[in-house]
Design a protein. Structure first.
Lengths: 887, 123
């Protein structure tokens, strides 16, 4: 009750602050008058009486301050006062404040952006999906090696049946699909999912329903689909009566049973799915066979949802036990096959795993940039604190407590940090879709790599903001609290270049900045060198003058015979055209997402060590494929039309295979057994790369499409550009069959570049931030040097008056700045040697200690430092000795 | 917080015991009726026989706090020499508080007295 009363009093006191203040003045004045009068009556002179009265009273200012604290709401009031004062200080030096806010905005914004990417891509990648924290990606392992294998449907069903620690398992296998709407055929992406998909994810369709139990089994038994919100809006114009209508998917009508809610893009990080079909339709979308009854057919990518409280280790243990049992029960299909769970951010089969190292680097980089920015801000504030030393001293002298001063300084820091944090959040918001823009677009795929600015990211950013405030605000605050009243109230002592304790704090900040910037520059240089190295690496086929595309025969309902006829006719037509040198079909285009076939092989006269696998990958290609791709044939010949179903089986091996299995002898004429069929080697192809520029040479061979599986990829050798060829192809294909259309036509260069996209993102990121760090460090160095110079004008003037020349002064100041730089470089070099090892996985063709990268970073840093020091040095050298000494 | 200024006489005088100032103010107002600040200060010094180190200034924040607690009230009036002055008077709640505090101080000084006599026996 009393407390409430006090609070009310204080509140009204706060509101009538002015009148209370006047009252108090009057009251104190009255008091002192009475006391003085009393003293006079005791016999003092009036001056003595007044002094004595004042002494008995104590400090008037202190009493007023205590009184003020008591009659208002001190915490709020002081804060308000500090805030207002802080803003006034900001306005007084707008340039400096702007610089501080800019530095911090960049630092905090970059951090928030990267946090939001990590949250939105790695930690909680699936909007609208409940319990992502209990979700784990699931993939098969082959003899303990992860990432090569998927799961089979019967294995999946057994998991569902035998595991007790999981809420459920879901299947999600993405498919490129031809979508037919009216006359128009278009490629898009969708997923084949288990029937429990939507229910398990907690995603409720906005219209219609998800899949019913049982819809995921039975060969082509349930041609139903749930379409994405965007597809519903874009292609069906938000038709409210869409449920029950049919949609052609891969040449088969599907009934639309549901529309997914807005913002749900499926569960493939990076790509937005347009529709979903149940696993019963697998054959339609993942031909040529029906795989649901086949334990050997591994095609499922999926997720496990753990029961609450189950640890990943327990989950893995149970799943491994089940996999072990399956190995025993079904040795023919399951020997050596395990199942591994991955945290979502390590998912091996989508963009999360691919982006993980890049985002890791990004995180390290932005934290460094924030540190550099904080050091800079700290430096700038130290300079200002020094300028405000007089103000601080006076405040201390008239009775401000040191704690009060500290609070004031931290409040000022917090104001700057809050403004910057708001700016930083805006920056993060604008940057949230940046990653999708940095990655190359591909036709038929909608990229979504959104940053997620949820409360976790906001909280983390606020924490970062707080820590940085402490980091940069503390140094000036400590400085202020060390003010020695007496010596400070005397005139400012003139500075001397170098050799002062105060300068030491700022100098060490600069050394740290230079060191951090150096590390970032080395990293950027290393990645840039790797990227250049990759781009200069020949993949072993022509990247210029070769275009790649595909024709989806299966979704048009073609059987093998029709495909063969069509392919021959099309190739004939194309080769008759001017401007097209050659064209060939193949099953898999190098560097594409499509996988190669692989088989265990045997070679005449080659003894296999018992523990060694003889699995080799191969590609099924049409006649003239090697010539079209620009892969030279070193010995023998490549396939012709004559190598057809009726001809003897043939193969072309690559150089690595020849070297390994024929020990350098010409394998042409030798025999090779693939899947228990013997084939004659008719040629040797020069080495080339098959999946990525970074792969090491490995055995590989080619077989004729006609004697193996038919492919739908089409390679065209032509000097013309992709747009022209796309039109020509469309026209020629249309003449043969109006229902067929080529898919996206791109150059092989583009195809290769897509595999280095992640490196490119990393290089861009490190390049931009490395440059930024360089700039910040240069600003820091410039600030310290120009401040030192401005503080030692008198000394410089004296030196000049005593005969020091301009070159001498230049050298004096420059050498001091460069000494700091050298210290930073030395520290940075040591740190770089330790840290660059961490990105070794992203390097190609350079060691982490590459002298060129270190050299480039060294030169860049030294030049920036040179410029930053030269300007103040130049100013120092132009000091007017007369004025300097007089002032 | 205000620092007591260094004073050569400080050693001979006793600091105002924490919390006792309120009691002294309440007692003064109860005995003398409405008083202005200086009057209260003079009275406290008189009673203590000038043996108390009171920074007169500290009285004013104390008066404000007592008002906020509702134990005293203030009113502008006219002083002996016809000047505008603020007069403080004790309220009913203040009298109750005074009684409570008197009892409290009684107890404390009783306890202290016992300690003193004990110390006397020991020496």
């Amino acid at each position: 009750m009393t407390r409430l009363r006090v609070l009310l009093c204080r509140l009204t006191g706060w509101l009538r602050k002015g009148s209370l203040e006047r009252d108090l003045d009057e009251e104190l004045h009255f008091h002192l008058q009475l006391e003085t009068a009393e003293n006079v009556r005791k016999g003092m002179t009036s001056a003595q009486a007044r002094t004595s009265a004042l002494r008995r009273f104590g400090g008037v200012a202190q009493v007023k301050e205590t009184y003020r604290e008591a009659h208002g709401l001190p915490a709020i009031q002081l804060l308000w006062q500090d805030v207002r004062f802080g803003f006034r200080m900001m306005r007084r030096s707008p340039g400096l404040s702007l610089l501080v806010i800019l530095c911090l905005t960049l630092g905090i914004g970059a951090n928030a952006a990267v946090f939001s990417w990590i949250e939105g891509i790695l930690l909680r990648p699936f909007p609208l999906v409940a319990h992502q924290e209990r979700m784990m990606a699931m993939a098969g392992t082959n003899r303990g090696v992860a990432g090569l294998d998927d799961l089979s449907w019967p294995d999946f069903v057994d998991l569902q049946k035998n595991c007790t620690l999981f809420d459920t398992f879901i299947v999600d296998r993405i498919m490129g699909v031809t979508l037919a709407i009216g006359e128009r055929a278009q490629r898009t992406t969708g997923s084949v999912v288990s029937a429990n998909y939507f229910r398990a994810l907690g995603v409720r369709p906005v219209l219609g329903r998800g899949f019913e139990p049982g819809e995921d089994f039975g060969r082509n038994a349930h041609p139903v689909t749930v379409i994405g919100y965007r597809m519903w809006q874009d292609r069906f114009r938000g038709d409210p009566g869409i449920i029950g209508k049919t949609q052609m998917l891969n040449g088969m009508p599907h009934t639309i049973v549901g529309v997914a809610p807005e913002g749900f893009y499926g569960t493939f990080v990076g790509w937005a799915m347009q529709f979903w079909v149940p696993t019963s339709m697998q054959e339609q979308f993942d031909p040529p066979t029906y795989k649901l009854g086949d334990r050997g057919a591994r095609w499922i990518e999926g997720f496990a949802i753990l029961k609450p409280g189950v640890t990943p280790a327990q989950a893995q243990a149970e799943i491994s036990a089940v996999a072990k049992r399956l190995e025993v029960d079904y040795p023919a299909t399951n020997r050596g096959c395990g199942i591994q769970l991955f945290p979502l951010w390590k998912t091996p089969f989508n963009n999360a795993g691919a982006l993980l190292p890049t985002l890791g680097i990004a995180l390290a980089v932005v934290v460094s940039v924030l540190l550099i920015a904080c050091a800079n801000v700290s430096n700038l504030l130290l300079v200002r604190a020094f300028g405000r030393r007089h103000e601080m001293t006076v405040r201390l002298a008239v009775g401000a407590g040191r704690g009060r001063l500290l609070k004031q300084l931290l409040t000022e820091g917090t104001i700057l940090a809050i403004i910057s944090a708001i700016g930083g959040m805006a920056m993060a918001h604008w940057c949230r879709n940046l990653l999708a823009l940095l990655l190359p677009a591909r036709a038929g795929v909608t990229m979504t790599l959104p940053g997620e600015l949820d409360w976790r990211v906001l909280a983390l950013s606020a924490g970062v903001c707080l820590i940085s405030t402490l980091l940069f605000g503390l140094a000036p605050a400590i400085q202020a609290s060390k003010i020695d009243l007496v010596s400070s109230l005397k005139a400012d002592s003139a500075g001397v270049v170098g050799g002062r304790r105060r300068a030491a704090a700022r100098s060490s900040l600069v050394v740290v900045q230079v060191a951090l910037s150096f590390v970032l520059l080395v990293g950027a240089a290393l990645l840039l060198e790797s990227l250049r190295g990759m781009q200069n690496t020949s993949p072993g086929f022509s990247t210029r003058g070769v275009l790649t595309t595909g024709i989806d025969f299966r979704s048009a309902g073609y059987n093998a015979q029709r495909i063969k006829t069509f392919q021959d006719e099309l190739i004939d037509r194309l080769q008759g055209l001017g401007g097209l040198q050659s064209a060939a079909f193949a099953r898999t285009t190098p560097f594409s997402y499509g996988s190669y076939s692989s088989a265990e092989i045997a070679v005449d006269g080659y003894e296999t060590a018992p523990d060694r696998q003889l699995t080799v990958e191969y590609n099924e290609v049409g006649p003239g494929y090697l010539a079209t791709m620009g892969i030279p044939v070193v010995s023998g010949r490549e396939f012709t039309r004559a190598d057809n179903e009726t001809a003897p089986l043939v193969a072309v091996v690559n150089e690595a295979m020849a070297a390994q299995y024929w020990r350098g002898q010409d394998p042409v004429g030798g025999r090779l057994q693939v899947k228990r069929r013997w084939m004659r080697v008719v040629g040797v192809a020069k080495m080339s790369k098959y999946r990525s520029l970074r792969e090491t040479p490995k055995p590989f061979f080619y077989v004729p499409m006609r004697q193996s599986a038919l492919g739908q990829a089409l390679e065209v050798r032509t000097p013309l550009g992709p747009e022209t060829i796309a039109k020509v192809l469309a026209r020629e294909i249309h003449k043969l069959d109006a229902n067929l259309a080529p898919s996206e036509v791109i150059t092989m260069q583009e195809q290769v570049d897509r595999t280095t996209a992640v490196q490119r993102v990393a290089v861009t990121m490190l390049g931009v931030f490395g440059g930024l760090a360089l700039l910040l460090a240069a600003i820091g160095l410039y600030g310290v040097m120009s401040y030192t110079v401005s503080q030692s004008t008198r000394e410089l003037g004296l030196r000049m008056a005593l005969g020091a020349g301009v070159p001498h002064l230049l050298r004096q100041v420059m050498s001091q700045g460069m000494a700091l730089t050298a210290g930073g470089l030395a520290l940075g070099a040591v740190a770089s040697v330790a840290l660059t090892r961490l990105i070794v996985g992203m390097l190609y063709g350079v060691t982490p200690r590459d002298p060129l990268a270190f050299g480039v970073a060294f030169v860049a840093m030294t030049m920036a430092a040179g410029i930053a020091c030269f300007l103040p040095a130049w100013r120092a050298a132009r000091t007017d000795p007369v004025r300097a000494l007089r002032d | 917080m205000a620092h007591p200024l260094a004073h050569p006489m400080a050693k001979e005088k006793t600091d105002v015991l924490h919390g006792s100032l309120a009691f002294m103010v309440l007692r003064t107002l109860d005995t003398l009726g409405p008083q202005h600040g200086w009057g209260i200060a003079r009275r406290i010094e008189q009673i203590s026989g000038d043996a108390l180190e009171l920074n007169q200034g500290t009285l004013y924040p104390a008066l404000l706090r007592l008002q906020q607690m509702g134990w005293i009230a203030s009113k502008w009036g006219s002083s002996e020499n016809h000047r505008r002055a603020k007069f403080y008077s004790i309220t009913r709640a203040g009298r109750k508080q005074l009684a409570a505090e008197a009892e409290n101080w009684e107890r404390i000084s009783g306890i202290l007295a016992r300690f003193r006599s004990q110390a006397g026996e020991a020496s």
